[in-house]
Write a protein that binds this ligand. Structure first.
Ligand code: C2E
Ligand code: CA
Ligand code: CA
Length: 618
């Protein structure tokens, strides 16, 4: 889109955007007061200059009557501002008339232009310019002495009207510049210099009004930006945001606009449908894939993008586009982040359902709807039960048992996970104490800890309190963290794990092999156990490449003196392969499904029959 002359002019001139109501009315009240005071002052001036009471009253009324519109309730802003503008200009005309065209009286017009520019609307401004030219030209021709105070003007009123109009225009330009700067200040994000939400919405409104073609919106949300702020500090966060803003701007075509609409949220309005939106969204994902170097350390900013267009919006409305794109962005997050997802029908319902579920989850703990199931861990050497893993379920009144994969991410998002996690921990610890007492030997208990729980400052205190409360010896408790926590700041995580370990509890790295971490991370992490992810274990009987991987994980664990648990063992063949690879522990449906504590399969008698080996503790 190359800019034509009118286009270029439009880019320089103020946009004439509407001031927020409260600001507008504040300014309007000032202008209104000035106009009212002038009506009175001019009446008095007329009297002082020797005019009759009748004439003076009429003149005051001529200035005051437009104000009547401005005072009527229910009148729109345009009519109000037009009315005060006309009142002010009538005052100018009358003043010039009363002063018999004296040049100094014309200064009044300049003041009026300044006052009227407070509205930041083209209407009053246009009226002012028009009146100056008409007054000087027309009245100047008809009754020159009431307009101009010198002979030259009396002879060529239009020339002098032009000269006055020129100066009025020049004064106006100064006001226009101030006006434009005001607009920019209120419409830009101070940190990145990008448009803000208000400007984006206005641009979108204009695009929607100007064409009948498709318009699309992209909604971008940085993945895990909070971690950057928490671990690297806010200054680093700002550097990252500025750098991202620059990269995003580089992905646009002329006419598109990118805005920063929240802490780590950006939005882009794009002319065109799904194809254009996809092209730009993909370009942005690529542009962000390069690491940003902050204080000498690289950081790869990932972003989740939602896209929505007018074709799927139902109505051509900027707010609807942004909301749909936002919903699609949430879907992108749910599907694993760092991707682009297009809005589709049903996402709004899905989001509503999710919100309802989250609301219900809030009451689930108090309402006694949460259950803990227990799955045994087996020592492969003798098939004994060495302990249990606590796995959470939600007994939802209408839907039955909801698996944790469906509601734990929700609890994380909604900030409920810390409370729920504490509850699970307490239940599991109590159960372990009870089983240990019944079995007459220590029964180990493993509890899952989500990344948010681990990041919580209070986690160490919470674990300590639960141990104190239940009397569970610390060495009987294992806390499982997924490899996923490592994408956060490794040093921070390591410190937190170290503090937990000082309590005497053991740390297991869950789902090992699936995450982003390399084996070398393991050396830096204070861990006692690694749990080989189910996906590798289930590949074992097909003789796939997993066998080599599992063998090397076991080897590595041995060299680091870590215990290994193979997850998701379902067949005897998988168990045998693991035995050959000298894997020490296993868990899976083959040995026992997760079950409530009261179920016969996991009552203490059977645990005792299995005569488990003593817990390995280091
Ligand atoms: P996880 O920690 O990896 O738990 C193991 C999952 O594998 C469990 O799913 C278990 O039921 C399932 N499983 C066990 N053996 C087998 C098998 O032989 N075959 C198959 N196909 N699956 C098996 P579940 O209970 O649905 O839990 C899913 C995930 O939810 C857990 O994965 C864990 O990450 C999370 N989770 C569960 N309870 C809690 C909790 O209390 N707090 C937190 N933060 N997360 C939890
Ligand atoms: Ca686990
Ligand atoms: Ca696992």
């Amino acid at each position: 889109m190359s800019l034509t002359l009118p286009g270029r002019l439009a880019a320089v001139l103020p946009e004439g955007r509407v001031l927020p109501d409260d600001v507008w009315y504040r300014r309007h009240r000032i202008v209104l007061t000035v106009a009212a005071v002038q009506a009175v002052a001019l009446g008095l001036l007329a009297l002082a200059l020797g005019e009759g009471v009748m004439a003076a009253t009429l003149e005051a009324a001529a200035v005051a009557y437009p104000l009547a519109f401005a005072l009527l309730p229910g009148v729109g802003r345009q009519l109000r501002s037009a009315a005060t503008t006309i009142s002010l200009l009538t005052a100018s005309v009358l003043l010039v008339y009363l002063m018999e065209g004296q040049t100094e009286a014309h200064f009044h017009f300049f003041v009026v232009i300044g006052l009227v520019s407070l509205y930041q609307e083209w209407g009053p401004f246009g009226i002012a310019l028009l009146v100056v030219v008409a007054h000087h030209g027309v009245l100047g021709t008809l009754v020159p002495h009431s307009v101009f105070g010198h002979d030259a003007a009396h002879e060529d009123p239009w020339v002098w009207a032009g000269i006055h109009a020129f100066f009025v225009l020049a004064a106006s330009l100064a006001h226009l510049a101030a006006w434009r700067l005001n607009e920019q200040q209120g419409l830009r994000d101070p940190l990145t210099g990008l448009a803000n939400r208000t400007l984006l919405m206005e641009t979108t409104d204009r695009m929607l009004a100007r064409t009948s073609g498709e318009v699309s919106m992209l909604f971008l949300d940085l993945d895990d930006f909070k971690d950057v702020n928490d671990s690297r500090g806010h200054a680093a966060g700002d550097v990252l945001l500025t750098s991202i803003a620059r990269r995003l701007s580089g992905c646009l075509r002329p006419g598109d606009q990118v805005a920063r609409i929240g802490g780590d949220e950006f939005a882009v309005v794009v002319a065109g449908g799904q194809k254009s939106a996809t092209a730009i969204g993909q370009r942005m994902l690529v542009a962000l894939a390069d690491p940003v170097i902050i204080e000498g350390r690289p950081l790869v900013p990932h972003v989740s993008i939602g896209a929505a267009g007018t074709a799927t919006a139902g109505e051509r409305d900027a707010g609807v586009l942004l909301r749909n794109a936002d919903l699609a962005m949430y879907m992108a997050k749910a599907l694993g982040k760092n991707r682009l997802v297009h809005y589709a029908d049903g996402m709004a319902q899905a989001a509503e359902e999710k919100a309802r579920l989250l609301e219900d989850l809030g009451g689930a703990v108090a309402g006694g709807q949460l259950r803990v199931h227990y799955q045994p861990t087996i020592g492969l050497a003798d098939g004994s039960t060495t302990g249990y893993e606590a796995l959470l379920r939600w007994q939802y009144p209408e839907r039955g048992l909801i698996p944790p994969a469906e509601f734990i991410p929700l609890a994380e998002e909604g900030g409920l996970i810390v409370e729920i996690g504490r509850w699970v921990l307490e239940q599991a610890a109590r159960q372990a104490v009870a089983w240990s007492a019944e079995a007459g030997r220590p029964i180990g208990m493993a509890v899952n800890l989500s990344p948010t729980q681990l990041a919580d400052d209070d986690v160490v205190a919470i674990v300590q309190r639960v141990l104190d409360l239940t009397g569970l010896p610390a060495r009987q408790l294992t806390l499982e963290v997924t490899e996923g926590v490592l994408v956060r700041d490794v040093d921070l995580v390591a410190d937190q794990l170290q503090a937990l370990r000082r309590l005497g509890v053991r740390i297991a790295i869950d789902d090992f092999g699936t995450g982003y971490s390399s084996l070398s991370y393991l050396r830096r992490l204070p861990a006692d156990i690694i749990k080989i992810d189910r996906s590798f274990v289930q590949d074992l009987d097909t003789g796939g490449s997993s066998t080599t991987l599992v063998a090397s994980i076991i080897e590595l664990a041995r060299s680091l003196h870590l215990e290994v648990v193979a997850e998701g063992v379902e067949t005897a063949q998988q168990r045998d392969v693991l035995g050959e690879l000298a894997c020490s522990h296993a868990q899976g449906y083959l040995f026992g499904r997760p079950q409530p504590a009261a179920e016969p399969a996991v009552v203490p008698e059977s645990a005792a029959v299995l005569a488990p080996a003593p817990l390995v503790s280091r």
